[in-house]
Design a protein around this ligand. Structure first.
Ligand code: NAD
Length: 297
């Protein structure tokens, strides 16, 4: 293996220490902990794992976590009402909606109903618009985790070619705008992109967010590139794997984030960081979102 391992657990340890300090200062200033509410419709076994990880991290950092479980048969009106109740609750500063929704519910309902000041996973129409227009905004936590990993690993973006494989609303697309915001030249590939390797081989920074184990192999990577694996698939034997064929890519890449132990370690922390920022905005009157400078072009 020649690639430097981007160790998500180590980076998460650093990020968590910063968040403990931030949460302690906020609690002293505002007289109560930041509150994060999680809304789910019915119960989903795979989400339970993320929920438990979030509960542990919230406890360690000092954020009050609550879970609202709506009945599986809830309609869009009940979903909207559930979100609006949390919009109005002063002890709640951030709201996370468990996605994907059951097929009978519309994500547009959530995107429209959620108070953008509490939208700590960046899924509301306002957050998406702010990101597009380069205004300060909340962003999907997974995308924030990718940027955090690059930043804390000293991997620069300005002037470099970033290739994102995957174009979903929750990962690929918002991440592409965040990379553009960091002055990278950005290419987005997706399921209809012919000859994927021809694009990925041009990347200085390559992010793969698809959900197909082994999609990216060593011959698709430019020697020395930084490769971030966002994909997570639970194999039949129960093992969690990414999209990257680790054995071949590690021989070529300059830096590589593994699965497990990579970006996934940071996602929950980014959600909690945005919750602390939401508290600062709602209670302390700070600028909404991640504090990026507003900049055109
Ligand atoms: P999605 O299914 O919504 O989107 C997948 C994207 O991959 C689509 O844009 C599709 O066009 C593209 N794609 C599919 N097959 C392709 C191919 N052969 N070549 C190129 N592109 C292809 O998935 P998502 O919600 O964006 O999640 C992507 C992956 O990231 C999943 O494995 C998911 O589990 C994982 N994920 C991880 C985290 C984390 O915190 N680590 C968070 C969210 C999602």
């Amino acid at each position: 293996m020649s690639a430097r391992l981007l160790d998500g657990r180590r980076i998460a340890g650093e990020a968590q220490r910063d968040l403990v300090a931030l949460a302690t200062a906020s609690r002293a200033r505002y007289g109560r902990p930041a509150g994060l509410a999680i809304v789910r419709v019915g119960k989903d076994a795979s989400f339970e794992v993320y929920l438990r990880a979030l509960q542990r991290a919230s406890e360690a950092i000092g954020i009050a976590l609550s879970v609202v479980t709506l009945a599986s048969e809830s309609d869009n009106a009940a979903l909207r009402a559930g979100i609006e109740a949390l919009n109005a609750d002063e002890s709640v500063h951030g709201i996370l909606m468990q996605l994907p929704l059951p097929p009978h519910l519309s994500q547009r309902t959530v995107a429209e109903a959620m108070d953008p000041r509490k939208d700590v996973d960046g899924i509301s129409l306002r957050s998406a618009g702010n990101l597009f227009l380069r205004f300060p905004s909340f962003v999907p936590s997974t995308c924030a985790a990718v940027i955090e990993m690059l930043d804390r690993s000293g991997i620069t973006l300005a002037g470099r070619h970033a290739v994102v494989v995957g174009a979903s609303n929750v990962v690929g697309k918002p991440l592409a705008f965040m990379l553009l915001d960091r002055d990278a030249t950005v290419t987005v590939c997706h399921i209809y992109t012919p000859d994927l390797g021809a694009w990925t081989r041009q990347a200085d920074v390559l992010v793969v967010a698809v959900g197909k184990p082994g999609l990216l192999t060593g011959e698709m990577v430019r020697p020395g590139a930084a490769v971030i694996d966002v994909g997570t698939t639970v194999r039949a034997d129960g093992a969690l794997v990414g999209d990257v064929d680790f054995a071949t890519v590690a021989l070529v890449a300059g830096a590589l984030s593994p699965v497990p132990g990579g970006v996934g370690q940071l996602t929950k922390l980014m959600l909690l960081r945005q919750t602390l920022r939401a508290q600062q905005t709602l209670v302390g009157g700070a600028t909404v979102g991640n504090g990026r400078e507003v900049r055109d072009g």
